[in-house]
Design a protein around this ligand. Structure first.
Ligand code: ATP
Ligand code: MN
Length: 479
């Protein structure tokens, strides 16, 4: 008999129909005459209740029907007596597909901590929380591609192994097939990479931007959505060593167009989640409320769905770096030295505590900060007339801080070349990128949205390790 997914069963089941459902047992409750099984197959957050009569021939299998076991049930859809669900299945036939020894199966039907679930990442897809996150994550991936498709963008697969470390500045993972115990050396004692796989030093990419810019000059509107890698040793709740980044790049767009695109794109994604993932969002919202019950009211965050709607309904504040520095200098936490990093002068790099102050306390809505000092931003950003700032933009979100980093790019060959020389970036790495400014160069802009940062915001989760299936962080590459 063909399997019916629990999601479609709950959406369109006809009372009296005979169906086959398969999935993993969440809980089993036995009474004198019947057993109640809560079954989940991942298609929805909701379980289907299976009622097994102890008189049923297969009922002797019931001891094997424990949490985590995989079962297949054929039965009749009936209206449920219970208050938690509309329908349930009266089992006619029960088959245990895969047992899960209760003495060994770590996921018990009780609330587990997120830390514990991380230690069993291979099993956490069966927890309600991680199931919800997984469905939302898929939904957001789909929405990203749908948004760009609807807006005439082309998806470009940029390389994961890169030969240039221009952007990385020492934060890259090296890729090599050389024998670490027996490295070929040049006469001066340095490693001879001509013997390496690619005949040169290579790394995992930190961004697909430079390559996607080449595609932009020809295709006009492009984006890359791929894995990026950073060997930065920042053990925070917002950094991963391997994360996914969405990087659109648009010809003829200036910084204002870039801000408009970023805001429209983020709002589209959030609206998509509200339209398509409400069951999962409601669960996560309640979970968050439970978690925050102990906290004093003024420290609790806004209810998740309210927060998502709030972002949709408000225009992002657009503020220059210079204005932001003034606001921060005048702020209470700066004056009372409550920030870990005190803002003293123009030119200071902003930490996430400052970004969050601007968003959560001062503006109380998302903020786009523009026109940063050139000295704290990347070499490719458009140099302003003032000679001090570049046309950069960071989008700052509540609880997250920076969710997007982007800019208008320097399209002028001479200016870009000067900058590259000043910074001592080797020309042999950059010749092809500089070529783009020689042949049909145009004003253009783009940005990078960290996909897991978006996931943090949409799910309300507090730790980035809980919104990616298999997190890679310093000292951790299990699974
Ligand atoms: P941050 O200052 O938060 O470390 P960044 O300025 O180094 O970020 P960018 O180089 O601008 O980041 O990258 C673009 C986007 O990628 C960021 O806005 C953020 O959403 C995301 N991002 C950057 N680093 C990480 C990381 N280690 N883990 C997850 N997401 C990241
Ligand atoms: Mn950034």
């Amino acid at each position: 008999m063909k399997r019916t997914e629990i999601k479609s069963l709950l959406n369109e089941a006809t009372i009296g129909a005979e169906v086959n459902v398969r999935g993993w047992v969440r809980t089993k409750r036995a009474s004198k005459n019947v057993a109640f099984i809560a079954l989940n197959d991942g298609s929805t957050i909701h379980n289907i209740q299976i009622v097994v009569d102890n008189a049923l021939a297969d009922a002797k299998l019931l001891p094997k029907v424990s949490s985590g076991a995989a079962i297949s049930v054929i039965g009749e859809v009936v209206a449920s007596q219970g208050s938690n669900q509309q329908i349930e299945i009266t089992a006619k036939n029960l088959e245990v597909l895969g047992e899960a020894n209760p003495d060994e199966y770590p996921l018990q039907p009780k609330k587990h901590s997120l830390e514990f679930l991380r230690e069993i990442a291979h099993l956490r897809f069966r927890s309600t929380t991680f199931g919800a996150i997984t469905r939302i994550r898929h939904s957001m991936i789909f929405a990203v591609h749908q948004y760009f498709t609807q807006h005439g963008f082309y998806n470009i697969h940029t390389p994961i192994i890169t030969g240039s470390d221009a952007e990385g500045a020492g934060e890259m993972f090296q890729v090599s097939t050389l024998d670490l115990n027996n490295l070929p050396k040049k006469e001066d004692g340095s490693i001879d990479y001509s013997f390496d796989f690619f005949g040169k030093e290579t790394n995992l990419t930190v961004s697909g931007q430079l390559e996607v810019e080449t595609a932009m000059l020809g295709m006009s509107k492009v984006y890359t959505f791929g894995p990026t890698f950073r060997a930065e040793n920042s053990n925070t709740s917002r950094h991963l060593a391997e994360f996914w980044m969405i990087e659109p790049e648009v010809a003829f767009n200036d910084l204002i167009d870039n801000m408009d695109l970023a805001e429209d794109f983020l709002k589209y994604l959030i609206q998509y989640a509200l339209d398509n993932n409400m069951d999962d969002l409601l669960f996560l919202s309640n979970r968050l409320k439970e978690e925050e019950k102990g906290k004093p009211e003024n420290l609790r965050s806004m209810e998740l769905i309210e927060k998502l709607k709030f972002v949709l309904e408000n225009e992002f504040a657009r503020v220059t770096y210079t204005e932001a520095i003034q606001i921060l200098k005048d702020s209470k936490p700066n004056k009372k030295k409550k920030f870990n990093y005190i803002i003293e002068e123009w030119g200071a790099d902003l930490q996430s505590e400052h970004e969050r102050y601007l968003v959560e306390k001062h503006f109380q809505k998302p903020v786009i900060l523009i026109d940063y000092p050139a000295s704290i931003k990347a070499f490719y950003m458009k140099q302003s007339e003032d000679g001090k700032t570049v046309r950069a933009m960071d989008v700052l979100f509540p609880q997250i801080g920076e969710i997007i980093g982007g800019s208008q790019r320097e399209e002028n060959y001479d200016k870009l070349k000067n900058k590259i020389d000043q910074l001592g970036i080797p020309e042999e790495d950059m010749w092809w990128y500089l070529d783009t400014r020689k042949f049909g160069s145009v004003v253009h802009s783009g940005f990078g949205l960290g996909f897991e940062r978006l996931m943090l915001f949409v799910t309300g989760m507090g730790n980035i390790r809980d919104v990616i299936p298999f997190p890679r962080t310093p000292q951790n590459a299990e699974f």
